[in-house]
Design a protein around this ligand. Structure first.
Ligand code: MLT
Length: 209
């Protein structure tokens, strides 16, 4: 595994075990880092390459991918800037590490799921498939992108105190309005991730890939 500070993000990169296969872009939650989701990524696909950056915003020392004004209230100007910055990083990483930018699977949890959804809405060219755990609507784009080629797995917690069911459903509506193929999984849980939803998402991915 390469640990690097190149291309403007502290990140890990792991070669794919099969050439020209997919690359997982792992996006951690608030307070996480580039190491956090590596195991989860390999559980979802054990042959894909892995690109795992650390969010550049620090909130009381906790890394995030964009600023927020309060819990669930996002700084949309910063979010847009950070979304483009992250998309540009993924493009540059695809050249440096020689992976296919047309075969990137975004896997995000919480804050990482939110910037993952923002990538889909603002820079869909760097996302082929997305697996989003506990996502919210990150922003409403000026125009809906055409996501008809994108497959998206969304996993919500029915009793999540941070992300309500209604909030996740709003995102599902927005993605469907953009013509994405969306699969929604509801878990009898809160904000924390469970093993069963990870294996569900892995099964779902192997069926579409
Ligand atoms: C978090 O704590 O990360 C929130 O649930 C989501 C966010 O702020 O993006």
């Amino acid at each position: 595994m390469t640990h690097s500070t190149k291309l403007g993000f502290i990140h890990n990169f792991l070669e794919s075990k099969e050439r020209h296969k997919m690359t997982l872009l792992l996006l951690h939650g608030t307070g996480g880092n580039e190491d956090d989701l590596i195991r989860l990524g390999s559980e979802i696909s054990n042959f894909a390459a892995i690109l795992s950056p650390r969010g550049k915003i620090l909130e009381n020392g906790a890394p995030r991918f964009f600023r927020r004004l309060a819990e669930g209230v996002f700084d949309v100007k910063d979010l847009k800037f950070r979304t483009h910055e992250l998309a540009d990083f993924v493009k540059k990483a695809s050249e440096l590490y020689d992976f296919d930018i047309r075969n990137v699977v975004v896997i995000g949890y919480s804050n990482g799921a939110n910037i993952g959804a923002s990538l889909l809405l603002l820079r869909p060219e760097v996302v082929s498939v997305a697996i989003l755990f506990r996502p919210m609507v990150p922003l409403i784009p000026d125009t809906c992108p055409d996501l008809s080629e994108k497959s998206i797995f969304i996993s919500g917690g029915l009793y999540d105190p941070i992300v309500s069911r209604r909030e996740t459903e709003r995102l599902v509506d927005l993605l469907k309005k953009s013509r994405a193929n969306v699969f929604v999984h509801w878990k009898d849980s809160g904000h924390e991730l469970g093993m069963d939803e990870i294996s569900e998402s892995s099964k779902w991915l192997s069926n579409i890939k």
